[in-house]
Design a protein around this ligand. Structure first.
Ligand SMILES: [Zn+2]
Length: 588
């Protein structure tokens, strides 16, 4: 622990921070040995005037509702005064460093952050680049979040480049107006492709790290259509410049929204055909968050609490409506056709209808419990949880259809939300949101909320789709194996999930059981379904399996195949009124 400087030269001023004190805190980030994955960080705090400085590191980052304990990656913490004399410090909580400051002084804090997790919300450093997020790198002192911050990047090689939405104030030096902006501004430093383009009259930038099969000019052209189509609905673009960060990896997938940027992770060879169209959904999703959840925020997010969970019931709307529009916007932008849009809807419906947890978990609860459920799935989750992305998307679909059937639409909700909450910076309450949607819809939605938001009633897709000449139909079912309720790990015979109320659960099978034999014959992942088909529905089979190194046997009765797939199809002879509504919704 550093030495304690005992010389008292001046007395402390017993006043709180004033505007005149708002000199920036200066961070320097260096990468002297990228192969160690260690970010070297220095924080210079000018003229600290109280006897204690509590430095906190965020436990989570907005947009990703899981306590990630970023401070666990922090090491080699040291503090000195302006004369490089060590100051006494101690940790007082998992994410809090308490520094004793014997007199008013400049303070310098140095530490390192282990950065070897490639995701949109963490840090990654290797010999080709550094990608990092404010919440996972930079600390703050409560009460001082409103002061400006400066970040200087110490460039390891002359050919590395810096990309960040923060304004550049000197070579490799950037300024955030306050801590929220610092947290909200990712950095991509190193070798990357950059492509500048204009959309909606504003400059936009793609920054891509990694190798893959994407055609960046095509991506930029398609992105411009997404930007302009979304801006049309909200009545303009609420920023001066916007950045799309993309990292490519073998099987990566993810996105994180910011005020002036989004970070995306996608599979490197996923930029053709259907996989590319799904990439455009991801782009449209994160871009929709420019408004929904970044600027139009639930009350709980008016001011983030980086120390602990910020609970809200509104994720069904913040993420669900965004997921509905991430499919609608590319269609409206002409990036794919109606058939693909309906295919996506069918896939979403199939996913929800094969999740037993939909009968137990409401959207309302799923939103609040994101912190312990959606982001922390386990083998039982499928039986007891619902995703507020997935069900939120489908409830927003039904809501939009209900409104459109009476001449209104969910599109009309956005200008109201933007003007009332987005432009004022005031968070909406749940009651305000629901009442506002109801007022625009022009009919009583209380039964709808009761069944689909607060409750767990099955979504009545066809009631809402019928006025549009569409219907949900069970897809062909001929060649499916009998139902066991077992879901195996891909390419293995180890059980991944045991679905609720299934033959496998009755038979006492558990996740991680390793299936060995069926009726005495060796089980292999490639022939498992063939075995089930050969035995047939109604057969009782003997299953031999290992659990915790011991061999067990049980019997299991094979059930009727379960409906796994639904599709959305036009009705046979749509009426003119149905065709009219459909065209108004999905274009001609
Ligand atoms: Zn989202």
């Amino acid at each position: 622990m550093p030495r304690f400087n005992v010389t008292i030269k001046k007395t402390f001023r017993a006043i709180a921070v004033t505007a005149a004190d708002l000199a920036p805190w200066r961070y320097t980030v260096a990468f002297p040995q990228p192969e160690t994955h260690l970010l070297h960080v220095r924080l210079e705090i000018p003229h600290w005037e109280t006897p204690v400085l509590n430095l906190h590191w965020p436990t989570w980052t907005p947009g990703s509702y899981l306590i990630r304990e970023y401070a666990r990656h922090l090491r080699d913490f040291e503090v000195t005064d302006g004369d490089l004399t060590g100051l006494l410090w101690q940790k007082t909580a998992k994410n809090v460093w308490r520094i004793s400051v014997p007199e008013p002084m400049d303070i310098c804090v140095t530490y390192r952050i282990f950065a070897n997790e490639l995701s949109v919300r963490t840090n990654h450093l290797d010999r080709t680049h550094a990608y990092f997020n404010g919440a996972a790198v930079f600390g703050y002192a409560p009460g001082h979040e409103k002061r400006p911050f400066v970040v200087k990047i110490a460039m390891p090689q002359p050919d590395w480049q810096v990309a960040t939405p923060l304004p550049c104030i000197a070579p490799n030096t950037y300024r955030a107006q306050h801590y929220d902006e610092l947290v909200d501004s990712p950095f991509e430093v190193g070798h990357h492709q950059r492509h500048d383009f204009t959309a909606g009259g504003k400059p936009h930038v793609w920054v891509v790290w990694g190798t893959g099969n994407l055609d960046l000019s095509q991506v930029a052209a398609d992105t411009a259509k997404i930007v302009e189509t979304t801006a049309q609905m909200f009545g303009g673009l609420p920023y001066d410049r916007y950045w799309f960060f993309l990292a490519l990896s073998a099987n990566g997938y993810g996105g994180l929204e910011h005020d002036h940027a989004c970070s995306l992770l996608y599979k490197r060879f996923g930029f053709q055909g259907e996989s590319y169209r799904r990439f455009l959904n991801l782009v449209a999703h994160e871009f929709f968050h420019v408004w929904n959840v970044r600027r139009i925020r639930p009350k709980a997010f008016e001011r983030y609490d980086y120390d602990r969970e910020d609970y809200t019931h509104a994720l069904w709307f913040a993420e669900g409506a965004t997921s509905y529009y991430d499919q609608l916007i590319p269609l409206r932008a002409g990036l794919y056709d109606r058939a693909f849009f309906l295919q996506l809807l069918g896939e979403s419906i199939s996913r929800l209808q094969t999740t037993p947890g939909r009968r137990h978990h409401s959207l309302w609860d799923a939103s609040l419990e994101a912190w312990i459920k959606l982001y922390r799935p386990d083998a039982e989750s499928v039986n007891v949880q619902v995703s507020y992305y997935l069900k939120g998307e489908l409830v927003c679909l039904l809501l939009d259809l209900a409104m459109r059937a009476t001449g209104r639409s969910l599109d009309e909700v956005w200008p109201w939300l933007w003007q009332t909450y987005g432009q004022t910076g005031v968070g909406y309450t749940d009651a305000e949101l629901l009442a506002g949607i109801g007022a625009i819809a022009g009919f009583d939605l209380s039964d709808f909320w009761e069944k689909y938001l607060y409750g767990t009633a099955e979504l009545d897709y066809n009631r809402y789709l019928r006025p549009f000449g569409l219907q949900v139909v069970a897809a062909e079912t001929d060649d499916r194996p009998p139902y066991t309720g077992l879901v195996l790990h891909g390419g293995k015979t180890t059980v991944r999930q045991v679905l609720a109320d299934s033959p496998a659960r009755q038979a006492g099978l558990d996740p991680e059981d390793e299936l060995v034999a069926l009726d005495g014959f060796r089980v292999e992942s490639s022939t498992w379904e063939e075995h089930l088909k050969r035995c047939g529905v109604g057969a009782t089979v003997a299953l031999t399996y290992f659990r915790d190194q011991r061999l067990h046997q049980t019997t299991l009765t094979l059930a009727e195949p379960r409906q796994e797939r639904y599709v959305v199809l036009p009705v046979l002879e749509p009426l003119a009124a149905q065709q009219e509504l459909l065209s108004a919704w999905l274009g001609t």
